[in-house]
Structures are given as C-alpha cells and as structure tokens.
Design a protein around this ligand. Structure first.
Ligand code: URA
Ligand code: URA
Length: 250
C-alpha cells in the first residue's frame, strides 16, 4: 500500500469508528494537529467534513472520550478492537456499571450489546427504564482477552475514566452489575452475597449491587433475587424523584 492508500484506509476506519460512537452521543473525534494537517493536502484523499467543535467544553463526556479513546495505559489497550466508553443519557439519574466489554461490545464499541446486554435491556424494561434514559458503562473500557476478569492493575488504570463519567453525569443512583463491578466501585473484597440487597455509598451517591446479567444466563435461579434488587432500585429512584419534585416546589 502506498501512503495515499494507507491514509485512505485510516480515514475509512476513523469515519467508521466515529459513526459507531454516534450512538453514544459522541459526534466528533478530535484528531491530533499533525494528522489534521495531512487532510489539508488536497492530493491526499478526500478529507471527511471538518469535524464540528465538541458540543461543550473540556468538562464534557465528549472531551473525556476524546482524551481517552486511544488509551494504552494498560495492555488491554493493545488488544481491543474498540474502546467501549459508555452509552445513554448524559444527564441520567441512574447509572448501570458492568465489568468489562465482551466480544460483541468490543466489535461494536458499545456496552452491553451481546447476550448479557439483551438481558440487561429486558431487566431495565421490567423496572420501566429504557436504555436511553439511563447511562451504561463498565469498570474497564477495553475487552480483556478471552473474557477473563480484568486484572487489578487494569481496573486501576481505567478507574479515573469511570470516576470522571460519574462526576460529569452526577447520577442519583448507581447499580453495579456483578461482584467485580461492586467490589471495584466500593473498594471492598466483600463477597457479592454480602454486598447485594442494601444500598452502599459512593461519594454521596447510593449504590446497589446485584448479580451480573451474564450470571443470570448461567444460573436462572439468580433471576428472582435480582428482580428483588432491581425493584428496590426502582422504589428508591421513585422516592428520590418525588423528593426532588417536592423540593423544587417549595
Ligand atoms: N459484560 C459486561 O460486564 N459489560 C458489557 O458491556 C458486556 C458484558
Ligand atoms: N464479563 C462478563 O460477565 N461477560 C462478558 O461478556 C465480559 C465480561
């Protein structure tokens, strides 16, 4: 491949990646200046339309995505296909946090789109949420090879991204899906059986831990306790919203 074709391939991959991220509310990807300069050479390839300025300032999810989507702070950055940032409503009151992308998520660049994701969608619908009103993310943004558990150092490297997502979104409630997500978020080694069922605190935000949907697929007997957990989440949400509405009236 000559340089021109290499560049065309790079543009094609970039445009495809941007298109995939649109579902996340990501509408532009900032290119490094030296790469942008390449596009100004009319002999190169037809450049993509000038990317619109990020919708908000450096304190937005967009800026956070831009700053991290090429991350290679841990080895997972070298084996992923897509950086899986998160998706949903950037003003969500409720966030659902899983463990790490699987094969389908890695292929699409979106969280919870495989079999476990389809079950998560159904669980959300059962408690009258849809995916667009909540925000869905993972502890780790890149797929661990063969779906192994993310390693402590990988979770540590990725932690600032999730922490910033939570700070920007300011949810009222967080639902951690599975032991790995619950333990990482709450910085505990307590077993899931002890973590689930009651609310915990993450910097003033209430956290409920329940089973991971992938666990429900393996063991349907976990559906019932999960159902009880998510109903608790919904009741808490309703109470918080009622309280907010009343506070706004007074
Ligand atoms: N499992 C997770 O923990 N997260 C995903 O995004 C998909 C499957
Ligand atoms: N964790 C899971 O439980 N499932 C996946 O697909 C990936 C990570």
């Amino acid at each position: 491949m000559d340089a021109r074709h290499e560049l065309a391939e790079l543009v094609r991959l970039t445009v495809r990646a941007v298109a995939q991220q649109k579902d996340n509310g990501i509408e532009s990807v900032r290119l490094p200046d030296d790469l942008t300069a390449l596009f100004t050479d009319p002999r190169a390839v037809t450049p993509p339309a000038a990317s619109p300025a990020p919708r908000s300032d450096a304190t937005s999810l967009q800026a956070l995505y831009d700053a991290n989507c090429t991350c290679t702070k841990c080895p997972l950055g070298h084996t992923r296909r897509h950086f899986v940032f998160g998706s949903g409503n950037e003003h969500a009151e409720v966030m659902f946090i899983g463990e790490a992308p699987g094969a389908e998520e890695d292929a699409q660049g979106l969280p919870f789109v495989g079999a476990a994701g389809q079950l998560l969608t159904k669980i959300l619908e059962a408690i009258k949420f849809n995916r667009d009103e909540v925000y869905i993310a993972n502890i780790v943004k890149c797929r661990p090879p063969n779906n192994r558990e993310p390693r402590p150092e990988e979770m540590a490297a990725c932690e600032p991204i999730l922490r910033e997502q939570i700070r920007l979104i300011q949810p009222k409630l967080i639902c951690a899906l599975g032991r790995v997500a619950g333990q990482a978020l709450l910085r505990t080694t307590a077993p899931l059986g002890r973590l689930r069922g009651t609310f915990h605190d993450y910097h003033g935000i209430k956290v409920l831990v329940t089973y991971h949907p992938a666990a429900l697929l393996r063991d349907p007997s976990l559906k019932r306790p999960t159902w009880e957990d998510v109903q608790k989440l919904r009741r808490e949400y309703d109470q918080l919203m009622e309280f907010t509405t009343k506070a706004q009236r007074t």
